[in-house]
Write a protein that binds this ligand. Structure first.
Ligand SMILES: [Zn+2]
Length: 551
């Protein structure tokens, strides 16, 4: 049921009580100078992982385009609520150490940089609810706000902001600790809310970025379990929700199912949202009595500002729709054997999966969706660059994952009438990946955090494995890799006209290696990991010579 917050919260202004300076108020950082954090030595990693001493908080530098704000309208205000005609004091649950005015620029970062790929909050509703001080009385809401800001601080770090990573990390960790503390109760989970689901999701994203994968796995499971308790995957649960809630639930369902599947493949975990969420989403139309229109189309175009974000999310949904629990089980080594052969993922199923991927790729290149036939979304080349980066590289990565699954199921051959079932298919996937990344700015790729470079690594590693497994590939490392006709990994129209240079397989490996070195200045585990793999598998000793990133 939708509440009108104004009826519940009454605001009285009192002077701020926070001891912490608002870095926005005077446009300086915590030490009072504009750049002193840059010269601070980075504290040891362990310091980031524990809750810091409040007296040592380092306010991270703000993104250059953050809105200036001297507003401190939230601090130290008593909460009151009208109950049965009597004004009652509400306990203030907000952590006294956090001045929420300092959160506003980070919320802005979320809407500018992350919302296009994770469009699960409404900007106007969020600001309205904050002004109504919902975060001061609603624990699940407050916890969501804190984890959202931690996510915005640590995920979309751009090159010119790299010096602020240590202070961002400390501040974000403190926010995560407060978020978890705020919402914990003995019966947490008994009364799930969408805010609780989103808090767990944002915590997952932060932990994922911090390379803490067991904790990250726990939080994505928690998000999916809470969402499952809400019934977010069941059309019947949407009856009685208002249109804004329905939209938020459906978007959250799509984001969670895409994330859960991607993470399951990355970390070899199982999935809870089974079947085909894209078709579930379409099925929900039948339960919406208020519209005769195509449900998905309406979701996309209801809010023009969000149309691009939703388009990207739906393209990702289409891409992951066929990666169901059977595929994930096989990927995790839980094959269903019949006479010693896996009956879940055979040659027929493999080709079916590749076809589904090609269909999803063609759909987004031409601007249509199989589960929303009447929608006319923007084609991939016309949506935001950050989304194009995510969608294109995720599609290449899924082709690489399917190829790996074929390898582990002994379905690959030196030559086959189906190019996807050949060893050298991994090289073609890498070739298109390099072309796609060369057409993208580093910022657009870095917005997706370390998970993006992990995908690049997996794709590059696929070529090493192909060379290790197949003498033909190993023997052709320095020969130009020609795209087969018709191309088995469709390029976008822009790329196919501009992508004329023929590279050798070795140059493709080196190009992807170089991208990993440039990504966040190489400050992630995959540069070293790939250097060791190149040495062990191909005997490469030296870092790749520098190649121009665009050609
Ligand atoms: Zn199998």
């Amino acid at each position: 049921m939708h509440r009108e917050p104004a009826a519940y919260y009454k605001v009285e202004l009192t002077p701020p009580t926070s001891n912490f300076s608002n870095p926005l108020a005077n446009e300086t950082n915590w030490r009072g100078s504009t750049d002193s954090y840059v010269s601070q030595p980075a504290p040891p990693l362990n310091n980031y992982l524990s809750s810091p001493d409040p007296s040592e908080f380092l306010f991270p530098s703000l993104p250059l385009d953050s809105p200036p704000s001297g507003l401190d309208a939230f601090v130290g205000l008593p909460q009151q609520m009208m109950v049965h005609g009597v004004v009652q004091e509400l306990p203030d649950i907000w952590p006294p150490l956090i001045n929420e005015a300092t959160l506003l620029p980070w919320i802005d970062v979320y809407f500018k940089r992350l919302h296009p790929t994770v469009p699960i909050l409404s900007r106007s509703t969020l600001y309205h609810e904050m002004l109504m001080r919902k975060h001061r009385v609603d624990k699940q809401y407050g916890a969501m706000l804190l984890s959202l800001c931690a996510f915005a601080m640590t995920q979309p770090v751009q090159i010119h902001e790299r010096a602020s990573v240590p202070s961002r990390t400390v501040q974000a960790r403190m926010m995560m600790e407060e978020s978890v503390k705020m919402r914990v109760t003995a019966d947490f989970g008994e009364y799930p809310t969408i805010e609780a689901v989103l808090s767990s999701f944002f915590l997952f994203a932060c932990l994922f970025g911090a390379n803490q994968h067991k904790a990250a796995w726990h939080r994505i499971r928690e998000a999916v379990d809470l969402a499952g308790s809400l019934g977010i995957q069941n059309p019947e649960s949407y009856v009685g929700l208002n249109s804004e809630q329905r939209e938020q639930w459906l978007r959250t369902y799509l984001v969670l199912s895409v994330t859960e599947r991607a993470y399951a493949l990355q970390q070899r975990h199982s999935i809870s949202f089974r079947g085909r969420p894209g078709f579930n989403a379409r099925f929900m139309q039948a339960f919406d009595q208020t519209t005769a229109e195509d449900y998905i189309s309406r979701l996309i175009y209801q809010d023009q500002a969000d149309a691009v974000g939703m388009t990207g999310l739906l393209y990702l949904m289409e891409t992951f729709d066929a990666i169901d629990e059977t595929i994930v089980d096989c990927w995790n080594g839980h094959c269903q054997y019949t006479d010693g052969v896996c009956s879940s993922f055979d040659r027929r199923r493999a080709l079916q999966m590749f076809r589904a991927q090609h269909k999803a790729r063609d759909a987004c290149l031409t601007g249509n969706m199989s589960f929303a036939p009447s929608a006319t979304p923007l084609p991939l080349t016309q949506i935001a660059e950050t989304q194009r980066a995510d969608i294109s590289i995720t599609q290449m990565w899924l082709l690489n994952r399917l190829w790996s699954l074929c390898l582990s199921h002994s379905l690959l051959r030196d030559s086959s009438e189906f190019p996807e079932l050949q060893f050298d298919y991994a090289c073609h996937v890498a070739r298109v990946t390099l072309a796609e990344t060369n057409s993208l700015s580093l910022n657009a790729m870095e917005a997706h955090g370390v998970g993006f470079t992990e995908k690049i690594h997996d794709i590059a590693y696929g070529v090493l494995v192909a060379a290790q497994t197949c003498p033909q590939v190993a023997g052709a490392l320095d020969m130009p890799l020609q795209a087969p006709e018709p191309d088995i990994v469709p390029l976008s129209a822009v790329l196919s006209s501009g992508f004329t240079q023929t590279l050798t397989t070795r140059q493709i490996i080196q190009g992807l290696d170089q991208l990993m070195r440039e990504f966040r200045g190489g400050d992630h585990p995959y540069v070293q990991k790939f250097a060791v793999e190149m040495h062990n598998i191909l005997g490469f000793q030296e870092p790749a010579p520098s190649l121009a990133r665009s050609y």
